[in-house]
Design a protein around this ligand. Structure first.
Ligand SMILES: *Cc1c(COP(=O)(O)O)cnc(C)c1O
Length: 348
């Protein structure tokens, strides 16, 4: 039996959260707000007022788009806030540990270090597929969380869904599945399976397909109990008013996002074989994301050559399993052509 309380740090279970000025009158009508020491003389955008701490209007719009009830949604200052909160809620510093696939997104490890929690990376197989047995073997009685990223960054591939399901079923702690790139992937997203898995947290973000990296808005989907813990521990006004308003405008214009997805997927389909043809390219790895990992003859030299031409890609050659690899984001058609033109002219 999965019991959430057994996983939560005792100080967090016992915590009385900060009570916002507007919590008490909630649900009733009022027109004079002299409860929060704000300046009453505001701009038309009402930026003089504190924002909704639980972003209810925004969650109500995100819910149908993602197919997740509003009560199962947490919004944060980027996915990075949700990642940090997972440590602060579940992991006792210098006592608990977490397990994660490797290579993967760097913030899981950075956040572990900041929170003084042991981080146990478990290598993917040579073909970047999930090693379920190794992952489960790395966990012990102090393991609170397993981090899985699918489609994975920097490798680009979606991990085997059955394998991830096995980890969620067999591990008695929290499993986080980071699906920042699920919009580019055909696999059924895990956020649709929340009802089945009380120990599952799924991450999404406005930073990638949703074209809003600058507003810092991340999403976590989980059971209502886990969402309550997030809400208890987060900063009271963690998502600012400008961000909430911009996100509502993005959702109003969702057609734009869908068009961009189609262009990015078509560009991806053209770019991959063109890179694979280059004599300096040794492998183009299968991708389910808006980027591709490529193995080159000499990644460092090619990286600097591209920088000299004003083109920045991500050099991943010092990452385990990624020797001589570059990670390349799918750009606009013009940017992709510029990249290809430069790579074709490279003389190693
Ligand atoms: C880019 C990315 C994110 C997004 O983080 P934000 O803080 O929401 O911008 C999350 N997870 C992975 C794996 C990413 O690559």
């Amino acid at each position: 039996m999965f019991t959430l309380e057994n996983l939560v740090r005792k100080n967090i279970l016992a915590l009385t959260p900060y009570s916002c000025a507007r919590d008490e009158f909630k649900g009733r009508q009022a027109s004079v707000f002299i409860d929060a020491n704000e300046n009453p003389f505001g701009t038309p955008q009402k930026l003089n007022r504190y924002p909704d701490p639980l972003q209810e209007q925004l969650k109500a719009r995100i819910a149908p788009l993602k197919g997740v009830p509003a009560a199962n949604i947490f919004l944060g200052n980027g996915s990075d806030e949700a990642i940090d909160l997972v440590y602060r809620i579940f992991c006792e510093p210098r006592q608990d540990n977490v397990v994660a696939i490797a290579p993967t997104y760097g913030m899981y490890a950075v956040s572990a270090e900041i929170n003084d929690v042991e981080y146990r990376p478990v290598l993917l197989k040579e073909d970047f597929s999930l090693d379920v047995d190794a992952l489960l073997r790395a966990a012990d009685t102090h393991t609170k969380v397993i981090w899985i990223c699918s489609p994975n960054n920097p490798t680009g591939n979606a991990l085997d869904r059955k394998g991830i399901e096995r980890v969620i079923r067999e591990f008695q702690g929290i499993v986080v599945v980071d699906e920042a790139y699920s919009d580019f992937c055909d696999q059924r997203p895990f956020r649709q399976d929340l009802a089945q898995y009380p120990n599952l947290i799924v991450l999404n973000t406005f930073s990638k397909l949703w074209a809003s990296a600058a507003i810092r808005l991340g999403m976590a989907f989980a059971s209502e109990e886990i969402i309550s813990l997030f809400n208890k521990v987060k900063y009271p006004y963690n998502v600012n008013q400008l961000t909430q308003e911009h996100a509502l405008r993005v959702i109003d214009d969702i057609q734009h996002i869908n068009n961009w997805r189609a262009i990015i997927l078509s560009e991806r389909a053209h770019l991959l074989p063109a890179i694979a043809e280059l004599p300096i390219c040794k492998a183009v790895y299968p991708t389910d994301a808006n980027f591709v990992l490529v193995r080159m003859t000499n990644a460092d030299a090619i990286y600097h050559y591209l920088v000299d031409r004003g083109i920045v890609v991500r050099n991943r050659s010092r990452v385990q399993l990624c020797q001589n690899c570059l990670r390349i984001t799918i750009g606009t058609p013009a940017e992709n052509n510029q990249l290809l033109g430069a790579l074709r002219q490279y003389k190693g």
